[in-house]
Design a protein around this ligand. Structure first.
Ligand code: S3P
Length: 186
C-alpha cells in the first residue's frame, strides 16, 4: 500500500461513500463519464460474483460473508489507479476499508440530510436488506449513527439535496481538477 499512498493525486482512485440511496452510484457514473474513467460499483461486483441480488446474498449467504467479500473487492481495487468506485453504505464501518481507501484513493462523502433522504426510503427499501424490518425511528437512528462515521473519514464532502445531478458531478470534476493542479504545482 505504501507505493499507492505516493501515487500522484491525479492518478488516485476516487471513492464515493455515504448512506444508502444518497446517490453514490449515479454520481460516480456521471463523474466517471466526464473524466473518461472506468466506474466500478462494489455491490454490483459482489452480485456478479455470487450471481445473486444483494437481498438474496444477505438471506442465503449472510451479512458476514457479504462484508468479507466487500472488503476483499475494495482492497483489491485499491491496488489499481484511475478508477471511480462506489462502495456500499456499510463499507466504511470496517476500519480496514476506511484505511485502505483513505490512503490510496480520494474519498468523496455524499452528505444528505435526513429530511431529503427519508423521501427516498420507499424507492430503495426493497433492495436494501439493512433497512428492512425496522421502524422509521430505527432507520433514523441508523442514519445518524452512520453519519457519525462518514463525517470523520473523507477528503471532500458534497452536500446532496435536490440539485441537478449533472451539475453536481460537474462541481465534483471541477474540484478534482483544481486539487490536481494544486498538487502538481507544489
Ligand atoms: C448497505 C448498503 C448497500 C449494500 C448493502 C448494505 C449498508 O449499498 O452494500 O445493502 O449496510 O449500508 P448502497 O449504499 O449502495 O445502498
Amino acid at each position: 500500500m505504501d507505493s499507492l499512498s505516493n501515487t500522484a493525486l491525479r492518478e488516485k482512485n476516487i471513492v464515493f461513500i455515504g448512506f444508502m440511496g444518497a446517490g453514490k452510484t449515479t454520481i460516480g457514473e456521471l463523474v466517471a463519464k466526464k473524466l473518461f474513467r472506468d466506474f466500478i460499483d462494489i455491490d454490483e461486483e459482489i452480485e456478479k460474483e455470487y450471481k445473486m441480488s444483494i437481498p438474496n446474498i444477505f438471506e442465503e449467504i449472510g451479512e458476514q460473508a457479504f462484508r468479507e467479500k466487500e472488503k476483499e473487492f475494495i482492497q483489491n481495487l485499491c491496488h489499481y489507479k484511475l478508477k471511480i468506485i462506489s462502495v456500499g453504505g456499510g463499507a466504511f464501518l470496517q476500519e480496514e476499508i476506511r484505511k485502505v481507501c483513505l490512503t490510496s484513493c480520494i474519498v468523496f462523502y455524499l452528505d444528505i440530510t435526513w429530511d431529503a433522504w427519508k423521501n427516498r426510503l420507499l424507492s430503495i427499501i426493497d433492495s436494501r436488506p439493512v433497512l428492512q424490518g425496522k421502524t422509521i425511528d430505527e432507520i433514523e437512528e441508523l442514519f445518524y449513527k452512520r453519519k457519525e462515521i462518514y463525517q470523520n473519514h473523507f477528503h471532500s464532502k458534497i452536500e446532496i439535496n435536490d440539485q441537478d445531478l449533472e451539475e453536481l458531478a460537474d462541481n465534483i470534476v471541477e474540484t478534482l481538477k483544481l486539487s490536481w493542479e494544486l498538487d502538481e504545482s507544489k
